[in-house]
Design a binder for this molecule. Structure first.
Ligand code: AMP
Ligand code: MG
Length: 404
């Protein structure tokens, strides 16, 4: 049976970054930039006031005080008309262009109105350039702001807006179809009859896909029936990735591998040496230029989740053009003993916490691969190597952080 590392290597070898597309800036969050972006303007576009106050000739305040004639009032968005000459001043608001002739701004807090209506300023340290942000100080026209490969966070979205990019070229987001399988499944809003359970994997995987930055397509539930499975799997093969849950173990109605085969999806591997998640199936269909990668995730919800985290999340990252796909693995100290049994590495739900560089991890009272409820307290998986061993409190263990 393949190890987790071997299986991940194989899975990633089947994924290549998707081609670039042009998207509206509002849809670009989380995507990877596929072009070089240069500024089309100087920023700021004019010398601008950094405070609300009075634009002056700095030399007028050489003594620390001056009483000046008010020329005009300029708010942000307006353009000054009059030249500030010695003995005069213009009231100016933050962001507004500095009038010609002025070379400093005195804060409004340092001003008062003199009895004759002129403006009295009292600012001992007035020097040329004070409270002025010079044109092009942040960016000059033609300057490269972002290069291909940059992951677009909110900061980059703001910078792109500043340099006039209402649309940008990014690596296309993967489209990921999700299909739950099982005769026993009912919708989350339904009360299960005897023998039935709610479809928790479908909504969980759709959410995980979105969280990973891809576009989920929810195909609902397929019954354990060859025709129903074939119809819905075929719809799923129109996407970059198809995630199935259930139907890949050894039960009499575990029909997924056979149906995939009948639809010309090539099996790459079936089963990986881990717990939970051993039944994982992976294959691909190459039709036209872009293949569809197909994962048959285990039906048990924790197995499904662990396989998503270990294999699907990195694949989505690679398809999205991201190069930061190494999982976040840390070493931490156990705060409670935990028992490992058997010959498979175990990914044990845990609560990880770091304070002042002290990393500790608490195994949760987990009841096995069908126990999703305990995982609501988990933010990580303890990675326990195969072999019977009880790990003591204080022992160092490896931790895989979820959602990375
Ligand atoms: P299977 O591999 O199809 O036999 O499923 C293994 C176990 O996972 C069974 O107990 C199923 O009822 C359960 N299961 C399968 N699919 C789902 C799902 N979508 N949501 C919750 N549990 C599921
Ligand atoms: Mg099933």
């Amino acid at each position: 049976m393949l190890s987790v590392d071997e299986a991940l290597k194989i899975v990633l070898a089947h994924a290549t970054p998707l081609p670039p597309v042009r998207v509206a800036l509002g849809d670009a969050l989380g995507c990877v930039l596929a072009e070089e972006v240069a500024s089309d303007v100087d920023s700021p576009p004019h010398d601008k006031a950094m405070v609300d106050g009075y634009a002056v000739v700095a030399a007028d305040l050489a003594s620390g005080r001056a009483t000046l004639r008010l020329l005009e009032v300029i708010t942000a968005g307006e353009v000054p008309r009059l030249i500030v000459e010695p003995g005069t001043t213009t009231r100016i608001m933050t962001g507004a262009p500095i009038p010609a002739g002025a070379d400093a701004v005195v804060m409004v807090e340092r001003s008062s109105i003199a009895p004759d209506g002129r403006i009295a300023l009292d600012e001992a340290r007035t020097v040329a350039g004070q409270n002025i942000f010079r044109r092009g100080r942040s960016l000059v026209r033609g300057q490269v702001v972002l290069r291909p490969g940059a992951r677009l966070r909110s900061i980059e979205v703001g910078a792109l807006a500043e340099v006039g990019r209402g649309e940008v070229q990014v690596v296309r987001r993967p489209s990921v179809a999700v299909l739950a399988t099982g005769n026993e499944l009912v919708a989350p809003s339904a009360m299960p009859d005897p023998g039935q359970i709610r479809n928790s994997n479908g909504p969980m995987l759709v959410a995980a896909v979105r969280e990973a930055g891809a576009t989920p397509v929810d195909l609902g539930i397929a019954r354990d029936d060859v025709d129903d499975l074939a119809r819905l799997i075929e719809a799923g093969l129109a996407h970059d990735v198809l995630l199935l849950s259930g139907g890949v173990s050894a039960g009499v109605l575990d029909l997924v591998p056979a149906v995939l085969k009948s639809l010309a999806v090539d099996e790459v591997f079936h089963k990986v040496n881990l717990k939970p998640g051993k039944p994982l199936w992976f294959g691909h269909k190459v039709a036209g230029t872009l293949p569809t990668l197909v994962f048959g995730l285990p039906g048990n919800p924790v197995g499904s989740l662990v396989c998503f985290e270990l294999f699907v999340r990195p694949v989505i990252a690679k398809l999205s053009g991201r190069c930061d796909i190494a999982a976040l693995r840390v070493s931490a100290t156990l705060t409670k003993p935990v028992a490992q049994r058997g010959d498979r590495p175990t990914y044990f739900p845990a609560a990880y916490c770091e304070t002042n560089a002290y990393r500790r991890v608490e195994p949760l009272p987990w009841q096995g691969s069908a126990d999703l409820a305990t995982l609501v307290q988990a933010n990580s998986l303890l990675v326990l190597p195969p072999g019977d061993k009880t790990y003591a409190e204080g022992e160092p263990v490896e931790v895989h952080l979820l959602g990375n």
